[in-house]
Design a protein around this ligand. Structure first.
Ligand SMILES: NC(=O)c1ccc[n+]([C@@H]2O[C@H](COP(=O)([O-])OP(=O)(O)OC[C@H]3O[C@@H](n4cnc5c(N)ncnc54)[C@H](O)[C@@H]3O)[C@@H](O)[C@H]2O)c1
Length: 342
């Protein structure tokens, strides 16, 4: 039985599961308490009210205002880091020093590339498994999509257009990770400040584009979440159009065939999606994957390096937006950009 704990009992740590509209397990705590082979033994938050509330809800005895004390007392195997990114590095380094076997860290991995590199190095050196919660990677539908696009079953991908809301570091980072998961490594990025504001003045909305090493261009466009929230990819390939919608919970497909209106054209027509939806239990699948990786000493499908790559794309976009929308080549070995606390 792996002993797990969480630092940060906010929305993703514990709170999202309070929402009666959410059909799926949406927190680290919810996933740990439902996963065989794992026991959620402790929670830490600087907010005592959250400790009480979620300690009671998830029936966790160990409750700590100070995560260092938790690390000293609880002999943990797995630690979830669910605080804001500027705190991730210190908590991870303390957890590794305390002897955890795995760290399941929220995205963005860190507030700077320097911190992200230090985290990856620290875990590699200590033989600790580091998994980042870019959670669509754990979903079987997204895994099928990646295979389908990479083995060419839809033919040449011509264009990709994406919409997101909620800030480039926050939801933009998820989008960049999905794009990289589906289409591989990026050659360069370009960004500009969006006309549609982000809810967080410290995390702007950027419009931009991403050129992949394959030659594919993806356009990313930001929307104002005070009007609606969106996370959507539209992929136009030789054999059909895929629309991944509703934050990755829905997929629509149109196949390319002879136009019904024009003899010389081919057009898109609704058809059954070429992938299965799966359980859509991103968090449950993430924790099950973490346990499997621990048991079989496998590298996770969303490793520290993957988290670093997603951060690199955020940093590249921000650098471009602050510097006349110039092209920023990838990979970025270093960057002075720091993501602020929230
Ligand atoms: N993967 C996802 O889909 C997803 C969704 C939401 C948030 N996130 C990420 O998770 C992280 C947290 O976001 P959130 O929205 O849950 O934030 P939140 O503000 O709701 O929760 C953060 C919690 O951490 C606690 N905290 C801060 N410093 C602490 C410390 N030193 N020790 C103990 N507790 C401490 C705060 O009191 C708070 O309860 C961010 O990095 C965010 O980007 C990821």
């Amino acid at each position: 039985m792996y002993r797990a704990a969480i630092v940060g009992c906010g929305r993703i740590g514990c709170g999202f599961d309070d929402d009666p509209r959410r059909e799926h397990v949406s927190t680290h705590a919810g996933a740990y308490v439902r996963t065989p082979g794992v026991e959620l033994v402790a929670l830490s938050d600087v907010d005592a009210a959250k400790l009480d509330r979620y300690g009671d809800k998830f029936q966790v005895q160990g409750r700590y205002l100070d995560y260092q004390e938790m690390l000293r007392r609880e002999a943990l195997d797995i630690l979830s880091v669910c605080t804001w990114s500027p705190t991730h590095r210190q908590i991870l380094e303390d957890a590794v020093a305390a002897g955890v076997k795995a760290v399941f860290c929220e995205k963005p991995i860190a507030e700077s590339l320097e911190a992200a590199d230090a985290m990856v190095r620290c875990c590699t050196h200590a033989g600790v498994l580091l998994m980042i919660n870019c959670q669509r990677r754990f979903d079987s539908m997204h895994q099928q999509l990646a295979e389908l696009l990479q083995d060419g079953r839809l033919g040449k991908v011509q264009q990709v257009t994406c919409y997101y809301s909620g800030g480039v570091a926050n939801n933009g980072g998820h989008l960049f990770d999905v794009l990289r998961f589906l289409f591989g490594e990026v050659a360069w990025v370009q960004g500009t400040l969006s006309e549609n504001p982000s809810p967080n003045p410290d995390d702007p909305n950027l419009d931009g584009c991403m050129k992949f090493r394959s030659g594919l261009l993806a356009v990313v466009q930001a929307c104002d979440s005070s009007q609606f929230s969106v996370f959507e990819l539209n992929i136009l390939a030789a054999r059909g159009r895929l629309a991944i919608r509703r934050f990755g919970l829905e997929v629509q497909f149109e196949e390319v065939r002879q136009s019904e209106q024009f003899s010389e054209d081919r057009d898109f027509y609704p058809a059954a999606p070429p992938v299965e939806l799966g359980s859509q239990e991103f968090m449950l699948q993430a924790v099950a994957h973490l346990v499997d990786c621990l048991q079989h000493r496998r590298k996770p499908i969303c490793s520290g390096e993957d988290g670093r790559r997603a951060l690199e794309l955020i940093m590249g976009m921000l650098t471009s937006a602050h510097d006349g929308s110039r092209r920023v080549s990838m990979p970025l070995l270093s960057s002075p950009v720091v993501i602020p606390s929230r």
